[in-house]
Design a protein around this ligand. Structure first.
Ligand SMILES: *[C@@H]1O[C@H](CO)[C@@H](O)[C@H](O)[C@H]1NC(C)=O
Ligand SMILES: *[C@@H]1O[C@H](CO)[C@@H](O)[C@H](O)[C@H]1NC(C)=O
Ligand SMILES: *[C@@H]1O[C@H](CO)[C@@H](O)[C@H](O)[C@H]1NC(C)=O
Ligand SMILES: *[C@@H]1O[C@H](CO)[C@@H](O)[C@H](O)[C@H]1NC(C)=O
Ligand SMILES: *[C@@H]1O[C@H](CO)[C@@H](O)[C@H](O)[C@H]1NC(C)=O
Ligand SMILES: *[C@@H]1O[C@H](CO)[C@@H](O)[C@H](O)[C@H]1NC(C)=O
Ligand SMILES: *[C@@H]1O[C@H](CO)[C@@H](O)[C@H](O)[C@H]1NC(C)=O
Length: 275
């Protein structure tokens, strides 16, 4: 266990508060100055001081730590299994005065799997559709921005407050109206985790592109016109077939009628000659 135990830190703070100015004679340094890690990572932390002959010193943390090396003015540790945001303290005492330095550790999970859904993906011009972007297991959420894009144009950006409990799924939704030109664009979702203010870097990931199928709406006023046109065409078609049929029937009757007359005339002549 660390030399201060559980009540050690408040005690050291009390010393610092009760004796202002007493620690000015020397400094304590903690390196690195910022630590931004993924869960379960381990890192080397170096506590040092400019006090010539510090009486004692070290690293105060609830994490497992291993002393790697030390000199008269420094101690180097390996801290392991960092699993959540926390604070480390380096301390040294010099001529009876205690000084400490703080290191904030940020644990992050970069956005890896970004999914965009367009609902419905088949929509009429002027009708609404919803873009929904989801990113599982990303943190810290207050460093995350989700941007919903049409081509390279940002339609909506969403940021997240501290109140969101982590780790969880981050979601951004945006309701839009389908435009005729939308079918020429790819829709996508860009997730950016910006840890620069915490001493880290920027991680970003983009979803697969999604296309919106946009069709011309069948307007209500067009429907009766189409039905009427189809009915008229159908009527004309049926009428022409009927006319055709009737006409050909009459024509056949007339031809056979003529033949009948001629045949009986021939028969009549033959009968006359035979006599
Ligand atoms: C720790 O820091 C001190 C002071 O900056 C330096 O002299 C020493 O070499 C460092 N130790 C390691 C292991 O990096
Ligand atoms: C520290 O290490 C021990 C054994 O190596 C392990 O049982 C324990 O859970 C670790 N503690 C933390 C906070 O990681
Ligand atoms: C790492 O830390 C977590 C939670 O603090 C603990 O459950 C786990 O046992 C630790 N793993 C090791 C290898 O110490
Ligand atoms: C460390 O975190 C505390 C709050 O948790 C904040 O007030 C402080 O400014 C941070 N220090 C650094 C060096 O980022
Ligand atoms: C967006 O794309 C258009 C063409 O698709 C291009 O002309 C324009 O420069 C791009 N804008 C940005 C900010 O990249
Ligand atoms: C989007 O529209 C749906 C219904 O179509 C509604 O339930 C939802 O709250 C809307 N979302 C936003 C962000 O306006
Ligand atoms: C949309 O994305 C697909 C697949 O990545 C690509 O082949 C196509 O060229 C893109 N279209 C536009 C308009 O950017």
């Amino acid at each position: 266990m660390a030399p201060f135990g559980c009540w050690g830190l408040p005690a050291t703070l009390l010393v610092l508060l009760c004796c202002p100015g007493a620690g000015e004679a020397f400094e304590v340094y903690i390196r690195p100055e910022t630590l931004v890690v993924e869960p379960e990572e381990y890192r080397e932390v170096n506590c040092s001081t400019n006090c010539d002959q510090p009486e004692r010193g070290g690293l105060e943390t609830s994490l497992n730590k291993t002393l790697l090396a030390q000199g008269p003015q420094w101690k180097s540790y390996l801290v392991s299994n960092i699993s959540q945001n926390m604070v480390l303290y380096c301390y040294f005492s010099c001529s009876g005065n205690l000084q400490l330095e703080v290191l904030n550790i940020t644990v992050y999970k970069p956005p890896k799997q970004v999914t965009l859904k367009l609902q419905p993906s088949w929509v009429a011009v002027g009708k609404p559709f919803t873009m929904e972007c989801t990113v599982p297991a990303v943190e810290p959420l207050e460093s995350l921005t989700l941007s919903l894009l049409r081509g390279n144009e940002t339609l909506h950006t969403q940021t997240f407050g501290r109140e969101n409990p982590a780790p969880q799924e981050a979601t951004a939704t945006f309701n839009s109206t389908a435009h005729r030109e939308d079918k020429h664009y790819n829709f996508s979702c860009l997730a950016t985790l910006d840890l620069e203010s915490r001493g880290g870097s920027v991680f970003s990931s983009v979803s697969d592109p999604q296309m919106l199928k946009v069709y011309e709406p069948m307007q209500d006023s067009q429907m009766p016109i189409i039905i009427a046109a189809v009915s008229v065409l159908l009527f004309l078609f049926v009428a022409s077939i009927l006319l055709c049929f009737a006409f050909s029937q009459r024509w056949r009757q007339r031809r056979t009628g003529t033949y009948g007359v001629r045949a009986s005339w021939v028969r009549l002549q033959r009968a006359f000659r035979a006599q």
